[in-house]
Design a protein around this ligand. Structure first.
Ligand SMILES: Cc1cc2nc3c(=O)[nH]c(=O)nc-3n(C[C@H](O)[C@H](O)[C@H](O)COP(=O)(O)OP(=O)(O)OC[C@H]3O[C@@H](n4cnc5c(N)ncnc54)[C@H](O)[C@@H]3O)c2cc1C
Length: 400
């Protein structure tokens, strides 16, 4: 069986690893449009910017690892079309046949046309090259403005402050991360950044971006503009699903996959940021843009390509590191949100754990600087919200 993987990122690297671990001896071709072998993106907004991680440390495996496993890994090679009827992937003038195709094309940053067309120094952060450019610009006393107080915007703010840059973060919502975490936890992140000297401007609306003598001038409605040496636009990502759509696969905010990560074509699967998954444990579709999902999707898709018939049921998980705050989160409240929050520990001290409840269920859990808590959190998310769960005096470890 010939397997072709399009996209050479985290999901792809893990799919290949699993395929060989499971004993697949057929051909594997991986094509990636970037010039690098697959790499981890989380360090790009953390250790790489801080200088504690070297660029060489981000690669999932080195080139030899793929050669030793007889994986035909082609970098700087964009897939340009898929022919579902003939089961071929086109790479410019060349065609590669497949028996099974895995789409792992990830996502790309949303752009603001007003920033792109301004001629001002504007950057985005998705690739290693973009991270290296950003790292060189985060110098002592440099002024950086960030549009968007999501995970990437806040992680870059943290790294930039630690490098001595002056940081202004502009966010239209009343709190950072409010949609994901709710008011109580969003306030923890707002306080954290303000304590570290970030000029965090919430509820602001960017009306224009201009270029003035090498600087970016960010115009805001009703208030003075922000002037910066560099503007990072961090307003989320869109799934890289145009190849799939053009090939005729069902696409809607990502490539639509069933519980087993199979697309609308029985020979094609999708994994990672690009996959809009019909998640059996969450009772609906979810497209997760996190590290752990890319790894586990990649491995699961590999086993399904080899004939396994199990749905993917793992709950979404993510982590962040900002200043001295490390946290991990598991679960997915979804658009319905939550109606209760149970805090074990001290949010102001940024120590402890939190459970989000909706109706009679625990829908998500998170810890702040309590690394032993993630296993008990995983055990309780999805379970009934019992009296013990609701009682903050009952230790987390006793709930699982
Ligand atoms: C700066 C940053 C920090 C992050 N930090 C965290 C974190 O702290 N915690 C967390 O949980 N998650 C984090 N994430 C998210 C996590 O990195 C992603 O969820 C993960 O990388 C997704 O993996 P993927 O394999 O689906 O896609 P990607 O890693 O995006 O890989 C997809 C690859 O496919 C390539 N490609 C696309 N189209 C084609 C084509 N037509 N032909 C060939 N190649 C193509 C792309 O160029 C890309 O190299 C972070 C992401 C970024 C950008």
């Amino acid at each position: 069986m010939n397997i072709v993987v399009v996209g050479a990122g985290l999901a792809a690297a893990n799919a290949v690893d699993e395929l060989r671990e499971q004993g697949h001896t057929g051909d594997i071709v991986v094509v990636g449009e970037e010039q690098y072998v697959p790499y981890e993106r989380p360090p790009l907004s953390k250790g790489l910017l801080l200088g504690s991680d070297e660029p060489d440390s981000v690669f999932v495996h080195d080139r030899e690892w793929y050669d030793e496993r007889d994986v035909d890994l082609r970098v700087s090679t964009p897939a340009t079309a898929i022919d579902l009827d003939r089961r071929r992937v086109r790479l410019g003038a060349e065609e590669v046949p497949y028996d099974r195709l895995l789409l792992a094309t990830g996502a790309q940053p949303r752009h603001l046309p007003m920033a792109d067309s301004s001629g001002a120094p504007v950057v985005h952060l998705r690739t290693l090259d973009e991270a290296l450019t950003l790292r060189d610009r985060l110098t002592e006393g440099s002024r950086i403005a960030i549009i968007g107080a999501g995970w990437i915007g806040l992680e870059v703010a943290s790294a930039a402050r630690q490098r001595g840059a002056e940081v202004t973060v502009l966010e239209s919502a009343p709190l950072p991360l409010q949609r994901v975490l709710g008011d109580e936890l969003a306030t923890v992140f707002a306080d954290l950044h303000r304590e570290h000297g970030v000029d965090l401007r919430l509820g602001v609306s960017v009306s224009g971006v201009e270029h003035d003598d090498g600087a970016a001038v960010v115009r805001l409605e009703d208030v003075e503009p922000v002037v910066a040496d560099l503007l990072l636009v961090a307003v989320g990502v869109t799934p890289s699903d145009s190849l799939a759509a053009a090939g005729g696969l069902a696409v809607d905010n990502g490539v639509l996959v069933d519980a087993r990560l199979r697309t609308s074509d029985p020979h094609v699967l999708a994994a990672g940021d690009v996959a809009n998954h019909d998640h059996p444990a969450l009772g609906g579709r979810v497209r997760v843009e996190h590290w752990d999902t890319a790894i586990q999707h990649g491995r699961h898709a590999a086993r399904v390509m080899l004939g396994e018939d199990e749905p993917y049921t793992r709950l979404p998980y993510f982590f962040t590191d900002q200043y001295d705050l490390g946290m991990e989160y598991v679960g997915h409240p979804g658009p319905e949100g939550y109606d209760d929050l149970v805090v074990r520990g001290d949010l102001a001290a940024r120590q402890g754990s939190v459970l989000w409840l909706r109706g009679d269920r625990v829908v998500a859990g998170m810890h702040l600087n309590d690394w032993d808590a993630i296993d008990p959190l995983r055990a309780v998310v999805g379970r009934p919200a019992s009296d013990a769960v609701r009682d903050p005096k009952v230790p987390l470890a006793e709930l699982g």
